[in-house]
Ligand binder design. Structure first.
Ligand code: BTN
Length: 263
């Protein structure tokens, strides 16, 4: 079944997300790029852009994101959050948490969050999140892009050692049901963070975060180190215990790898 809104909007249980503007095109460049244009033209909070196929899907750190036709859920949500811009990185956690819930609800699979913003399943990447921000006189907006691998063809074969898809672990799900569940969970998480900051989702996030308790290798611009990921603080920073100290690692500054492998 295609992701045409008519196929899944009856499942939608949100107040705003995916309601006012629900922009679907079979093929487009990148849902993030299209939605950023829409944001600049004044599209409202909750506007959604989704497609079957991206010709210029983008990942973090200027990487490309493979997005072949019908193989995944490629979508972006426009958020105009009611919280200070310093808290905006927490939206990454909201998206990751929301997608773990949506995947579990629809497929029963226990995907986990790799801090700060990947979903992993059996040690391989299932979903990536790309947040982009824009600033306007009246505030800021966030375009939150999510790429979920649903079928094996979602990622190129050369990534098979590091990437996975739902199809590899469960029946092929109704992608529309995942979109509806994701939007509902994202709206709840965002509201919690707007009201209470990270503590609004901290319990849920710590439970879903596979990084906590793991040995991690932190690759920074200037230095790198190894330690145990002990906790996440109220700003969302990862607290890593090295032999000599507890170090605060900020999302966006670093790449975190499990010492024993990809996760
Ligand atoms: C990552 O590098 O892990 C982030 C990948 C984000 C991919 C999604 S697919 C939908 C949205 N549109 C894009 O161009 N990128 C994001």
């Amino acid at each position: 079944m295609s992701l045409l809104p008519a196929h899944w909007t009856s499942l939608l249980q949100t107040r705003a997300l995916g309601r006012a503007v629900n922009h679907y095109e079979h093929t487009l460049t990148s849902t993030n790029l299209v939605l950023k244009d829409m944001a600049r033209q004044g599209a409202p909070h909750g506007s959604l852009c989704l497609c079957e196929c991206q010709t210029a899907g983008r990942g973090r750190m200027d990487r490309t994101w493979s997005s072949p036709e019908g193989q995944g859920v490629w979508l972006s949500v426009l958020l105009r959050p009611n919280m200070p811009v310093e808290s905006a990185p927490l939206i990454t956690f909201c998206c990751a948490l929301a997608m773990t819930k949506a995947v579990r609800q629809v497929t029963s699979l226990d995907a986990k969050v790799k801090w700060p913003n990947d979903l992993v399943l059996q040690g391989k990447k299932l979903c990536g999140i790309l947040l982009e921000m824009g600033f306007e006189a009246q505030g800021y907006y966030v375009v939150a892009g999510t790429g979920l691998n649903v079928r094996r063809g979602a990622y190129p074969p050369e990534l098979a050692a590091r990437a996975t898809s739902i199809e590899e672990c469960a029946d092929i799900p109704d992608r529309g049901a995942i979109v509806a569940a994701y939007l509902a969970a994202l709206e709840d998480a965002l509201t919690a963070v707007e009201q209470h900051g990270f503590s609004g989702i901290a319990q849920d996030f710590r439970r879903e975060c596979i990084t906590l308790g793991s040995q991690v290798h932190v690759l920074g611009a200037d230095n790198s180190f190894t330690g145990t990921a002990e906790d996440i603080d109220e700003t969302g920073a990862l607290l890593v215990r090295t032999e000599s100290e507890l170090r605060r690692v900020l999302a966006g500054d670093v790449s975190v790898r499990g010492v024993m492998g990809y996760v």
